[in-house]
Design a protein around this ligand. Structure first.
Ligand SMILES: [Zn+2]
Ligand SMILES: [Zn+2]
Length: 250
């Protein structure tokens, strides 16, 4: 019967065996606590926002097949910019908690949320810095994937209303964080097949075009899987501008 199935002849009994074998494999995997890899194409995610961020976030996530439904959870309960409700966790923990709350409110497997922060970083820019995070949370597996974007925010002065719907300057940065999230979701782990692989650090030392010595240019980018912590290294081909070489341009 199995031979007939493999030879391509229509065989009702063989299909039943194949189906039950598949069901057996699936239940075996569930018993072991291993989830099948998350399928994003056609999936629905709840977006928790009260501040009209759907138009900024949904186009990027549509590119990986995700459809967003807006749920008006009280995101202010997780902390506000005017500190009337202090944020008790890190920005990353806050955005993940918001996304999980959105998924719970809509009874969906997936939740999406965003979170903005402002801080002074004298090493990077002389004005305040705006960091936007957009997170996707999978309630079934506990997977959290976070997209980021960072931009100078010379307009962020004391007394500015920084909420996204009142602060047009934040909006392109939120859209870029959503694009970063979509790029991560589009890259799957070669070890466990989870989506969400993204860069975690860059290492310098690309060879100089003149002397071949290590320069300050990026030589490789290390990416990490958010599900199994596997690391992937992408080497950057080519030589570096001697202007970044400590020997040729001391
Ligand atoms: Zn050199
Ligand atoms: Zn993995």
């Amino acid at each position: 019967m199995v031979a007939a199935f493999l030879s391509g002849q229509p065989q009702v009994g063989a299909v039943a065996i194949y189906d039950s074998y598949f069901t057996y494999c699936k239940s075996y995997v569930t018993i072991l606590g291993v989830q099948p890899p998350l399928v994003l194409d056609g999936a629905v995610a709840a977006l928790g926002t009260r501040h009209d961020k759907e138009r900024l976030i949904s186009p990027a996530l549509a590119a990986v097949g995700l459809r967003l439904v807006v749920t008006a959870i009280d995101t202010d309960a997780f902390g506000t910019f005017d500190a009337s409700v202090p944020r008790s966790r890190s920005a990353q923990a806050t955005v993940a908690a918001k996304a999980a709350a959105a998924a719970e409110a809509e009874a969906t497997r997936l939740g999406v949320a965003s979170e903005g922060s402002f801080f002074d970083d004298p090493a990077w820019t002389l004005c305040p810095t705006n960091v936007e995070l957009v997170a996707l949370v999978d309630r079934d597996t506990g997977l959290v994937v976070i997209g980021r974007s960072r931009a100078p925010a010379p307009w962020a002065r004391p007394g500015t209303d920084l909420r996204a719907h009142r602060c047009p300057s934040r909006r392109p940065n939120i859209a870029r964080a959503a694009t970063d999230l979509a790029e991560r979701l589009g890259r799957r782990c070669p070890s466990c097949d989870s989506p969400g692989v993204g860069p975690v650090r860059a290492e310098t030392g690309r060879p100089c075009a003149w002397c071949g010595g290590p320069t300050l240019d990026v030589a490789r980018v290390v990416s990490c899987c958010p599900a199994c912590d596997a690391q992937m290294v992408d080497d950057i081909d080519g030589t570096a501008d001697p202007g970044t070489c400590p020997r040729c341009n001391p």
